[in-house]
Design a protein around this ligand. Structure first.
Ligand code: DCP
Length: 226
């Protein structure tokens, strides 16, 4: 899709007098969301504020590493971990916005639509835990301002992100198998493939090429404000 037709589509999706926007950046583990956001922040700090994913909080809940526990024993700890992710994501959505565009790394929606769905689908999370989390999610969506105007989807091949995960060597993630990344990839595709407000970028390339790709689509990414 060309840039100008994108702007038209976005204009038709947002409220006529809308002055503030929320953009979420989504994609598999290791797809480059953090680098994407750092690049935007470095170049467009005047109109964007970036809420990076609170991964550090997940790794230190009053001294407990929930991310590590989840990977060590997913059947025991996934509910605990995902409940905390849902809380921290809700806090990011609700944080007061000072600049025109709030850029979020992930959202409460990918936590539910991709990660929680996956844990349930692959038999790790029992029905009752899935139902409790889902009822919380539905209630939050109905009552709080967690809407996203535009989603930037960093689309990657599972093999590519597996290599990046190995390279960056985050301790907790070293046991992630390709199969897990394939399941998450499919859920991202199912969720984002048919939504009108999604800009999909090929994120298999290196950072230099990625920056060119971002520059090419910058008007769309920044909701027509540049
Ligand atoms: N995670 C999870 N459930 C969620 C969100 C994240 O299990 N609802 C896990 C997957 C990763 C870690 O948390 O092990 C961080 O994942 P992200 O993909 O959100 O962040 P990355 O740092 O991998 O993103 P990128 O490399 O794209 O910057």
């Amino acid at each position: 899709t060309t840039c100008s037709s994108w702007i038209e589509r976005i204009s038709s999706l947002v409220q006529p007098k809308q002055k503030t926007f929320t953009v979420s950046v989504e994609g598999n583990i290791g797809s480059g969301k953090t680098s994407f956001l750092r690049y935007i922040q470095a170049n467009h700090d005047n109109i964007t504020e970036v809420t990076e994913e609170p991964t550090d909080r997940w790794r230190n809940i009053q001294g407990h590493n929930a991310l590590a526990l989840m990977y060590e024993d997913p059947a025991r700890w996934s509910l605990t971990f995902q409940t905390y992710v849902q809380l921290t994501m809700l806090q990011s959505h609700m944080a007061p916005q000072k600049k025109p565009i709030k850029m979020m790394e992930r959202s409460i929606h990918s936590a539910k639509q991709c990660f929680v769905e996956n844990l349930h689908n692959n038999g790790t999370m029992p029905d009752i835990e899935y139902i409790v989390l889902s009822e919380w999610y539905d209630y939050i969506c109905a009552h709080d301002k967690v809407d996203v105007d535009i989603i930037v989807y960093l689309k990657t091949r599972p093999e590519v992100v597996l290599e990046r995960i190995k390279k960056r060597h985050r301790n907790e993630e070293q046991t992630i198998p390709l199969e897990y990344l394939e399941q998450l990839h499919k859920l991202h595709e199912d969720w984002l493939g048919h939504q009108p407000n999604v800009l999909t970028l090929d994120a298999n390339c290196d950072l230099i090429e990625m920056k060119t790709e971002i520059d090419k689509h910058i008007k769309t990414i920044l909701c027509g404000l540049v």
